[in-house]
Design a binder for this molecule. Structure first.
Ligand code: FES
Ligand code: FES
Length: 160
């Protein structure tokens, strides 16, 4: 085991890692940040999406030691310190962008990355961007609505 230091949600954290330890396991098991989920372990589902130095990455596809010294943002670092939800989280709540919620952390991290690059995406751009995030519950409709709403664009009310 070798210590690996990451700056997670603004705080420096050091965890023992093996050469094979994945970033997602360092976060979940090493740091107790279980909001980052493992849905497939084969780089398909996006449930493990976090931001690595600001860029979205699937944390099951990268070794923890490769991230030494990097800034990682997980779903636990998205809301304000007082618990106020971010605009993307609030939009998911308002537009019923989740059912079981398993995919939701990855969806929210993806949405934040998309809206940072494309502040007012078209619906087609949102759907294309979410190709790497699988939701087994919702059919995506309300997820897309939530992302559109978070971008400040008008969406149909829930149920319409
Ligand atoms: S657990 Fe990483 S993409 Fe599914
Ligand atoms: S809300 Fe259940 S997998 Fe997406």
């Amino acid at each position: 085991m070798i210590d690996t230091t990451l700056v997670v949600n603004g705080t420096e954290r050091t965890v023992p890692t093996e050469a094979r330890t994945l970033l997602v396991d360092a976060l979940r098991e090493g740091m107790g940040l279980t909001g980052t989920h493992v849905g497939c372990d084969t780089s398909q589902c996006g449930a493990c999406l976090v931001h690595l130095d600001g860029a979205p990455v699937k944390a099951c596809t990268i070794l923890a030691r490769e991230c030494e010294g990097a800034a990682i943002t997980t779903i636990e670092g998205v809301a304000d310190p007082d618990g106020t939800l971010s605009s993307v989280q609030q939009a998911f709540q308002d537009h019923h962008g989740l059912q079981c919620g398993f995919c939701t952390p990855g969806m929210i991290m993806a949405a934040i990355a998309l809206l940072r690059d494309v502040p007012r995406p078209t619906e087609a751009q949102v759907r294309h961007y979410f190709e790497g995030n699988i939701c087994r519950c919702t059919g995506y409709h309300n997820i897309v609505k939530a992302v559109m709403a978070a971008s400040g664009q008008v969406v149909e009310p829930v149920g319409a």
